[in-house]
Design a protein around this ligand. Structure first.
Ligand code: GDP
Ligand code: MG
Length: 177
C-alpha cells in the first residue's frame, strides 16, 4: 500500500535493454500495470513508467525506461542510460541470437552507465518451454561470469516478473542506503 501524498524518498531509474521483440515492453506493462497486450506494436517514442513502492519504510519510485524501438546496434543513445542505477538485460529464451547479443548489450551498457549499476539478465518467454533455444545453464554461466543477477520470466503468465524487478530494486536500495 502506498499513500500518494507521501513524499518520495528515492527515485531509481532502471533501463530495459535487449533485442527487439524479446518482450521488454510487455515486461514493463506487466510490472507497472499488471497488464499484457497480446498483439503489442513495436514501441514508438521513448517512454518510461513508474511504480511507487515502499521499502523499509521509505517510499521508492521506480522509473523504468523502455527503448523506443531503438534496439539496433548502437542506436540507443547515452541519454537513455544517463542516471540509471539498474538495468534489465532481456533476451528471448526461444531465440538463441537474442541471447548471443547479450555480450554486446552488456558492453554498451558498461560503456555508458555507472560502474555500480545493478544488472539482471532476464530470459523472457519461459512459458514457451517447448521452444527453448537457450539452456538455463548457458545463461547462468554467463551471468555468473559477468557477475550479474539472472532469472527466467514470462510477461505473459506473470512468472517472476515482480521478483525480477524487486530483486534489482532491493539491491539498489541496499547499495545506496
Ligand atoms: P520488445 O520489442 O522487446 O518491447 O517486445 P514486446 O514486449 O513488444 O513483445 C514482442 C512480442 O513477444 C509480442 O508479440 C508479445 O506479445 C510477445 N511476448 C512478450 N513477452 C512474452 C512472454 O512472456 N511470453 C510469450 N509467449 N510472448 C511474449
Ligand atoms: Mg518494445
Amino acid at each position: 500500500y502506498v499513500d500518494f501524498n507521501q513524499k518520495i524518498d528515492y527515485v531509481f531509474k532502471v533501463v530495459l535493454i535487449g533485442d527487439s521483440a524479446v518482450g521488454k515492453s510487455q515486461l514493463l506493462a506487466r510490472f507497472a500495470r499488471n497488464e499484457f497486450c497480446v498483439d503489442s506494436k513495436a514501441t514508438i517514442g521513448v517512454e518510461f513508467q513508474t511504480k511507487t513502492l515502499s521499502m523499509d519504510n521509505k517510499t521508492v519510485k521506480a522509473q523504468i525506461w523502455d527503448t523506443a524501438g531503438q534496439e539496433r546496434y548502437r542506436a540507443v543513445t547515452s541519454a537513455y542510460y544517463r542516471g540509471a542505477v539498474g538495468a534489465m538485460l532481456v533476451y528471448d529464451m526461444t531465440k538463441r541470437q537474442s541471447f548471443d547479443h547479450m555480450t554486446r548489450w552488456l558492453e554498451e551498457l558498461r560503456g555508458h552507465a555507472d560502474k555500480n549499476i545493478v544488472v539482471m539478465v532476464i530470459g523472457n518467454k519461459c512459458d514457451l518451454e517447448s521452444l527453448r533455444a537457450v539452456p538455463v545453464e548457458d545463461a547462468q554461466e554467463f551471468a555468473q561470469r559477468e557477475n550479474l543477477y539472472f532469472m527466467e520470466t514470462s510477461a505473459l503468465e506473470a512468472t517472476n516478473v515482480e521478483t525480477a524487478f524487486f530483486t534489482v530494486l532491493t539491491e539498489i536500495y541496499r547499495i545506496i542506503s
